[in-house]
Design a protein around this ligand. Structure first.
Ligand SMILES: Cc1cc2nc3c(=O)[nH]c(=O)nc-3n(C[C@H](O)[C@H](O)[C@H](O)COP(=O)(O)OP(=O)(O)OC[C@H]3O[C@@H](n4cnc5c(N)ncnc54)[C@H](O)[C@@H]3O)c2cc1C
Length: 467
């Protein structure tokens, strides 16, 4: 490897873990970040003197994040004060309320009371998903899991499962419709249908009832903070407020990055934590129009609308769910009220909360900034969440347009939606097949948008560089 540093574009979860991994491997790295803060979508924000998680609200894959930390020589449990979420979520629709608790028995008993005969299939479903997840989990730690990796971990037994959609897997469980809706609620966040979503999303109940769902004291930004400190200890500083405008190539190989301020950093290896499609379509002029066209056709995931507010939680904390999902009568996408004080109690009466509404990317784009703001206003006026909150005060509204501008998102999207088809097609590769010396991290290279996946993606991308 040459004396030039490996340039890492973006200090999101993927960029940070990649930088630590490379620095620990003795490689010189230069992290350039367009924003003035680290963490990307997972960076905290502050309004009226109160700190909020800007985006993420739950850790559903503690084993994955633990693995990623271990690869960096860090111990998640001792560095981040994680609290288990006893009552992770409730989904309310015209058909009633479905409550998901940490304990499988309590959850199944609730189903049984409402839909007699449903406890047994739920136990069976969770046990089966737990078994399949355990077998397939090692595939998350491989850059491009192919047949060899499937055979090595015994995952070949579940090829049929992997070929199905989430909808097919959930329907085969024979659980009541509203329970299926509640288990598949995470597809709303990606703006996709059960039939387009990949089957591994059915692991969520197995994770909640197994390793548990978690929330860190200090918010999800606490995870970012630990990574930034680890990077500093390795002597690596992040060059903030430095936007890369292009990845320069010579004869199909990376030669450096051009900066928006006119500067240039020579490099033979570039690792991009920027949106996968955005990296190719916006930053690499050398990519052929055919490839750009194919990538641009991938459906994108919108960050949706996020409303940061304060108020008093009406229910007793012990009985309130952390996340209250509401399904509208018109079968549109859900909304959710996020109440961190249910997990990490605050001393004050008035606490921070968030109201989130996923949006389909195409619809959000068609609405534009003004339409998105109007959508947020309608959300604020909805009565369902006010039934749980007294003295609500809206501090800030973040629309997809603002997400895009603040976090430098390609077409105001987080990344391509992880559909079943995209996952089966192998996602985007950590090692670029188009440009020598270009590597990708981030959720377009791993099975989804979760922080754990983004953290793992950085490690696998860095390992490709080290190879
Ligand atoms: C509303 C919302 C809710 C979410 N909920 C959850 C959840 O509950 N649980 C969960 O696990 N995950 C959740 N996520 C997803 C998670 O936050 C993201 O998937 C993850 O943080 C993305 O990390 P990343 O490293 O892939 O990319 P990013 O965070 O997008 O980081 C990319 C970085 O690159 C920088 N950058 C971009 N372009 C350039 C450029 N040209 N030059 C220099 N720097 C550049 C950006 O500023 C950014 O800092 C949520 C996200 C949102 C928005």
């Amino acid at each position: 490897m040459s004396n030039h540093p490996v340039v890492i574009i973006g200090a999101g979860m993927g960029g940070l873990t990649a930088a630590i991994r490379l620095a620990r491997g003795g490689i010189a790295v230069q992290v350039v970040e367009a924003r003035s803060v680290p963490g990307g979508l997972a960076a905290p924000v502050s309004f009226a003197g109160r700190s909020f998680d800007a985006g993420p609200y739950i850790l559903l894959d503690r084993p994955g994040l633990t693995w990623a930390f271990e690869q960096l020589g860090l111990e998640l449990a001792s560095l981040v004060d994680l609290r288990p979420i006893e009552h992770p979520y409730e989904v309310t629709s015209a058909e009633g309320v479905v409550a998901i608790h940490r304990e499988v028995e309590r959850t199944a008993d609730g189903f049984e009371r409402r839909w007699p005969g449903s406890a047994k299939p739920y136990h069976r479903f969770v046990a089966e998903m737990t078994r399949i997840h355990a077998r397939l989990q090692p595939l998350l730690h491989v850059s491009r899991p192919g047949l060899g990796a499937l055979i090595a971990c015994g995952g070949w037994r579940h090829i049929r499962f992997l070929r199905r959609s989430l909808g097919e897997v959930l329907r085969a469980s024979r659980l009541p419709g509203p329970v299926i809706q509640a288990l598949g609620i995470w597809t709303h966040v990606a703006g996709q249908t059960l039939n387009l979503a990949p089957s591994p999303m059915a692991f969520v109940p197995a994770l909640i009832h197994g390793p548990g769902a978690w929330y860190p004291v200090g918010g999800i930004g606490a995870v970012v903070e630990v990574l930034v400190r680890a990077l500093e200890r390795l002597g690596v500083s992040i060059r903030f407020s430095t936007r890369v405008s292009a990845i320069r190539t010579v004869q199909g190989a990376v030669s450096g990055v051009e900066l928006a301020d006119g500067g240039f950093i020579a490099a033979e290896r570039v690792l991009s934590d920027v949106h996968g499609v955005g990296t190719y379509c916006d930053l690499v002029p050398a990519i052929t129009p055919r490839v750009k066209h194919r990538l641009a056709a991938l459906p994108l995931q919108s960050p949706g609308v996020c409303i940061y507010l304060t108020g008093r939680v009406r229910a007793a904390m012990s009985s309130a769910p952390y996340l209250r999902f509401q399904l509208p009568d018109d079968h549109g996408l859900c909304r959710l009220l996020v109440q961190p004080s249910v997990v990490v109690p605050e001393n004050e009466n008035v606490v921070g909360m968030r109201l989130i509404a996923p949006m389909r990317h195409a619809e959000a784009q068609a609405m534009g900034a003004v339409g998105q703001q109007a959508f947020a206003e309608r959300l604020i006026a909805e009565p369902w969440w006010r039934a749980h909150v007294d003295d609500a005060q809206v501090l800030h509204v973040r629309t997809p347009s603002e997400w895009g501008a603040t976090c430098h998102l390609h077409r105001d999207s987080m990344n391509p939606v992880m559909t079943a088809a995209f996952m089966r097609a192998g996602r985007l590769a950590h090692r670029s097949p188009y440009v020598d010396g270009l590597h990708l991290a981030g959720s377009s290279t791993h099975p989804g948008q979760w922080l754990s996946f983004c953290a793992m993606s950085g490690i696998l991308a860095a390992d490709e560089v080290l190879k």
